[in-house]
Design a protein around this ligand. Structure first.
Ligand code: FAD
Length: 334
């Protein structure tokens, strides 16, 4: 492995709502720590944006502690596009030769990262829950394996060492890290490029809507106690009233009453909302690891001995089908 230790490159994903995805700030914070361990290492980002939009994002980068941003502007970047993004990312990586490339394990990141790693013939540890630098200066990327029964720490023998990282496993920036960030404008060249696919239209599906868990401030999560799909409708109605997003346990997903894309926990998503309302959830450790860093946890459960009450800030012992409709009515009135 080469001794090039001087750059960690992050993918700065822009959301459909035209914000820098929160996972970028989480990766920026973690990368600052990794860079310190590596010594003499810069942290940079690659950004794809429509022309004249950089100003909208500059402030975020200036406060994120990033040393450099490589900016590619094109009309083609209105929507995420695997082929155009990966072509330019691969070219940039070949040019700057970063030691580490980190990408958020979002829908886009999970699509982009393997394209890049396979083109560069390098390893990719997907869906990581922790990152570190080992005593040999290698990226030590940890992720659950065997359905969550084991945590594996994986090293990559080739450069760059690549990983995708689940949103919310690292805390976001608590305070701004002001840096004199350098913005390097790059000119995308698609003159000889013949993409195999063309995006005609972006259609928002139920799955996209449900997948707002990453950035949700309030999550109303249901477990097996919700009992049925109709039970989940009660949760959805309550969530709508308080501007929340719904989540579920694996128990509920396995019962077929909630979609897999909203599963929270060891083999699902990790979330850190301001408020997490757990309804009909017992509090198994595999669920807790995905939500225990929520700022406030409220639990509703018929069983006063349910383990969820041990980590809840507020607990209500009772039937969620009595409590939630009453709360929904009360909130609607007010
Ligand atoms: C390798 C592995 C990985 C796993 N990964 C995950 C994961 O990512 N996420 C995850 O969630 N789980 C995961 N699990 C499963 C986990 O161990 C639990 O089985 C699961 O979280 C339990 O789901 P639950 O709380 O919905 O169900 P239960 O444990 O059955 O709890 C249901 C609760 O609902 C309460 N209840 C019933 N009726 C009502 C009512 N009307 N009102 C209020 N409360 C009511 C009951 O008192 C009970 O406490 C994993 C397990 C393994 C082995």
């Amino acid at each position: 492995m080469s001794e090039n230790k001087n750059e960690i490159l992050l993918f700065a994903e822009i959301t459909k709502e035209k914000f820098i995805h929160t996972v970028f700030f989480e990766l920026a914070q973690k990368s600052a720590e990794l860079a310190r361990k590596l010594g003499d290492c810069k942290v940079s980002a690659i950004l794809f944006t429509e022309p004249n939009k950089l100003e909208d994002y500059k402030d975020g980068f200036l406060k994120s502690g990033i040393d450099k941003v490589y900016v590619y502007e094109s009309e083609k970047f209105e929507n995420y596009d695997t082929e155009h993004y990966s072509k330019l990312a691969i070219e940039l990586i070949r040019e700057i030769q970063p030691q580490i490339v980190l990408i958020g394990a979002t829908n886009e990141g999970r699509d982009l990262a393997p394209r890049i790693s396979s083109a560069l013939h390098t390893g990719l540890t997907a869906d990581c829950t922790d990152l570190d630098i080992n005593e040999k200066g290698q990226l030590a990327a940890t992720r659950p394996t065997f359905g969550g029964k084991l945590m594996a720490t994986i090293l990559c023998k080739t450069l760059p060492q690549m990983a995708t990282v689940r949103p919310k496993v690292f805390p976001s920036l608590k305070e701004d890290i002001l840096k004199n960030t350098e913005f390097i404008l790059k000119t995308p060249d698609f003159s000889e490029f013949k993409p195999k696919t063309e995006l005609l239209e972006f259609v928002k599906t139920l799955e996209n809507e449900l997948n707002e868990l990453d950035s949700a401030e309030i999550i109303v999560a249901g477990g097996k106690g919700a009992g049925s799909e109709a039970g989940f409708e009660v949760l959805r109605e309550f969530a709508k009233t308080i501007n929340g997003t719904i989540g579920a346990t694996r128990g509920a997903v396995d019962m077929g009453i909630a979609p897999k894309c909203i599963q929270i926990g060891q083999t699902g998503k990790t979330v850190r909302p301001k408020v997490y309302i757990a309804c009909g959830i017992s509090g198994a450790i595999q669920h807790l690891v995905g939500m225990q860093d929520s700022e406030k946890i409220i639990a509703i459960n018929t069983d006063e001995n349910a383990p969820i009450f041990e980590i809840a800030d507020f607990g209500i012992v009772g039937d969620m089908f009595k409590i939630l409709p009453e709360l929904t009515e009360l909130l609607k009135k007010n």
